[in-house]
Design a protein around this ligand. Structure first.
Ligand code: CS2
Length: 503
């Protein structure tokens, strides 16, 4: 992230010198208080939650954010010299050829790197003013097992092993998000403080419930009395988050620098559309989120499943099948009639029947809006980015729908094609020696390299993967359908994929 020295750098000191067209914080940043600790200040957080809080701070100064990276120092090193400020570019279809609307976001008041600044992170978590801890750490960051936390996960093993024997306090900074949450709650309880509410903002159905079970199981291993306190005192609301956020690239950096007349080491881009639905279950106060356009609901399960299954599952479908066809970005995949038609059929005919939709929810309108967002020509959203972490995404995006369709006696052939596409994609990458981005990368590469192209052999090898297919691996109807889909993709070449899509 190189920043040239000739031009000024975005910061509190240069905020007033921004061009008038660039929107900036509508409040005095110095007058805000940190009320939120956020784990995982990647592009999504900075494009989504931090923007809602930027709106909120205009009327309530209590909810500025302390942004904590769990692993790398990249965000801290980019944003600390900018006083936490960064630019958001809104990629509007209507302005595909023009300059994106820019907004400088001010809600992040502090940026910490947990491995290097553990004491500061713990102090924040135990600060009376902090009443909310939010997370966007991606599916894999939770170290989940089907009913709680994965006690074999190296980060969890390490965090449990580094607790002081008599006090159960960590003797060194935790490495896992679960370890941090428990350490923070433990410190608050020890100081007689009210707990913070824990709000997961990742693409997992029942994200709050799953996080709650993971935290409780971890706490139970280390300190049963603490686990009981968490069980009765801490709220873990569920949430649904939505906004398409392609990774930052050099083109964005250059465009933003030209429009700002200043350097920003890490601007963010996203589509104009954004949605955040949060279960209204907070303790110790909740931010007035509705003022910033957040929907507070009791029926979050309907929303989160609809979004995961109707947006994320089609996204993964485009990612794997599109990549096999040699396509690079979502909007390009949507210009391929066979692929766009397949995805629309999958949504209408295979996914909608699996949903229990919230009252008043119009699935056809929702689908049309999603497909239009995918077609947005102002966004270059790389299929390769969406293809990351397939072992974590496929189960929550597609396998639940498949299991429910099987239970209801419906056909699963079409639903199995994207799953087979993932397997073919892994095979292709492994045979070509291309690295796979996935927490199970080693296992996937090993299986992928040993594939022969023969459906029963290859599918069975992938089905043995730990923690991906669950009970479906033993369901003969699923196994048969997946083998058929894998075979239908032929040699995985663009022509073979196109034939399978049309079938
Ligand atoms: C995408 C999501 O990268 C992916 O896997 O499917 O990040 C998607 O863009 C967001 O969930 C949209 O809200």
């Amino acid at each position: 992230m190189s920043v040239t020295s000739a031009v000024p750098r975005l910061s509190d000191a240069t905020l007033a010198a921004l061009p008038a067209a660039v929107r900036r914080p509508a409040y005095d940043r110095a007058g805000t208080r940190i009320g939120v600790v956020h784990f995982g200040p990647g592009a999504f957080h900075r494009a989504h939650q931090a923007v809602y809080f930027d709106d909120l701070l205009a009327s309530d100064p209590d909810w500025a954010i302390s942004a904590v990276s769990l692993h790398s120092a990249g965000v801290r090193d980019a944003l600390r010299p900018q006083d936490g400020l960064y630019t958001l570019a809104l990629l509007d279809q209507a302005q595909a050829d023009g300059s994106p609307a820019l907004r400088v976001v001010g809600s992040i008041r502090e940026v910490l790197c947990a491995p290097e600044e553990g004491a500061a992170v713990l102090a924040r978590l135990a600060d009376r003013d902090v009443r909310l801890v939010t997370l966007t750490i991606t599916e894999k960051g939770y170290c989940l097992s089907p009913d709680g936390v994965d006690l074999q996960h190296p980060d969890i093993v390490r965090d449990l092993a580094t607790l002081d024997a008599p006090t159960r306090a960590p003797v060194s900074a935790p490495v896992s998000a679960i370890g941090w949450l428990v350490a923070g709650l433990r410190a608050r309880r020890a100081q007689g403080l009210e707990p913070f509410t824990v709000l997961s903002c990742d693409n997992l159905a029942d994200n709050g419930g799953r996080l709650r079970r993971a935290v409780l199981q971890f706490a139970r291993q280390s300190d049963p009395a603490l686990a009981d306190w968490i069980d009765t005192e801490v709220a873990f609301p569920r949430s649904m988050v939505d906004s398409i956020t392609p990774a930052t690239d050099d083109a964005l950096r250059a465009r933003v620098a030209a429009q700002l007349g200043m350097d920003d080491a890490w601007p963010i881009q996203r589509e104009p559309y954004t949605q955040w639905v949060v279960e209204d279950d907070f303790r110790n106060g909740r931010p007035p989120l509705e003022r910033a356009g957040v929907v507070l609901s009791d029926d979050i399960a309907g929303y989160d499943k609809a979004k995961l299954r109707l947006l994320n599952a089609p996204h993964s479908t485009l990612a794997y099948l599109g990549s096999l066809m040699g396509i690079e970005a979502v909007a390009d995949a949507m210009r391929e009639p066979a692929l766009a038609g397949f995805v629309a059929r999958l949504m209408h005919e295979d996914i909608v029947p699996s949903l229990q939709l919230p009252q008043g929810f119009d699935p056809d309108a929702y689908i049309e809006a999603i497909l239009a967002r995918f077609r947005n020509p102002a966004i270059r959203h790389l299929l390769a980015q969406i293809a990351w972490d397939g072992s974590q995404k496929i189960p929550v995006r597609l396998l639940g729908t498949i299991a429910e369709a099987l239970a209801a006696g419906r056909a699963v052939d079409r639903l199995c094609l994207p799953v087979a596409g993932w397997l073919r994609f892994v095979r292709r990458q492994s045979l070509a020696g291309v690295a796979i981005v996935d927490p199970l990368a080693d296992a996937l590469a090993r299986i992928g390299a040993a594939t022969t192209g023969e459906a029963a052999h290859d599918v069975d090898a992938f089905l043995a993967l730990d923690g991906v297919f669950g009970p479906l691996a033993g369901d003969a109807r699923f196994v048969e359908a997946l083998r058929r889909a894998y075979a239908a993709l032929g040699d995985g070449s663009p022509a073979a994929v196109a034939r399978a899509l049309a079938a």
